[in-house]
Ligand binder design. Sequence first.
Ligand code: GLU
Length: 408
Amino acid sequence: MKYPEFAEHKIIQRICEPERQIIFRVPWQDDSGETHINRAFRVEFNSALGPYKGGMRFHPSVYLGIIKFLGFEQVFKNALTGLPIGGGKGGSDFDPKGRSDAEVMRFCQSLMTELYRHLGEYTDVPAGDIGVGQREIGYLFGQYKRVTNRYESGVLTGKGLNWGGSRARREATGYGTVFFVQEMLKARSDSLDGKTCIVSGSGNVAIYAMEKAMQLGAKVVACSDSGGIVVDKQGIDLDLIKQIKEVERRRISAYSEEKKDARYIEDGNIWHVPCEVALPCATENELTGNDAKKLVDQGCMAVAEGANMPTTPEGIRVFQDAGIAYGPGKAANAGGVATSALEMQQNASRDSWTFEYTEARLEEIMANIHLNCYETAREFGASGNYVVGANITGFLKVSKAMVAMGLI
Ligand code: GLU
């Protein structure tokens, strides 16, 4: 046995039990004066390496089970970054779709009126996730500042650039995923240059994964939202996607209204579009065993997850049996939370770094995560298996710290 102290200290049993779970009521009024009640969660999973850190998700599918699995992933992902952050996750079953800015603001203020007492730059530092972007972080930060009477920048990340945010944070998850693909391909003496690429989703992660893939010479031919997929053989027009999604907050079907030679397929399956590189950047379980087979049959050679656990266990098995490069989310999408930790560093030193410097730090962090996963997999007899590499690397970091800190 390699680490007998982990069994002796019951590390598995302790690591699987969140340190603290908070569930609370969020009452708010819509623009017509009607009252709504939502349920919100914060699962403070593990603080062996630093303050709890992880996003808040606003989506009708949110319940305790989702937040717990995301929080568990976050513990090991955050450990992989090599930065001093523990793991946590939160969210609410609030559906922001179709809500006005004023309604979103009232919801965020009500949520923070309870959550603030559990947060702090040394305690728990939330950020964005699905349904939570800079607008929501702004309302949450404003209410935290008001009820605590403290300008505590490091209590939330994903802030705006003129009020404590970090350059390159918005781009970081997507860029990081593509840096990870670049490293996986480099390890196979290959590169992204000239590769055909598909990216599921069209939110923050997907948009910046597309941007970096294009910058590195790939051609992105498809992306999606929950209504359908857009296929553009000429290469996706990213400015148009940004306009539709970031500015107008509309459905992606609008793309084909503007671009006549692109195709919008309602309820289409993006994994049926032939590609060499596939980047799932939407949500969990979006890529099944059958989807994986289709991808491999049509010549896909690399998959990296910008979303959290988008590939089902059957899908992962298909990729691994086919011997293609597969980067699991906890390694491939760690660039987002890593840059959140860089935002915390800037807040702590009351400094703000250039885009170039921050992006260079991100690229270096992703290269290190890749190297650590690659070498750990080899050490444990699973060469090329990034799932084994990522899980063991993250687990060892957290477990060793827990042993050192005694039975708490
Ligand atoms: N929600 C992102 C994730 O899944 C970012 C978390 C953060 O920046 O704290 O890693």
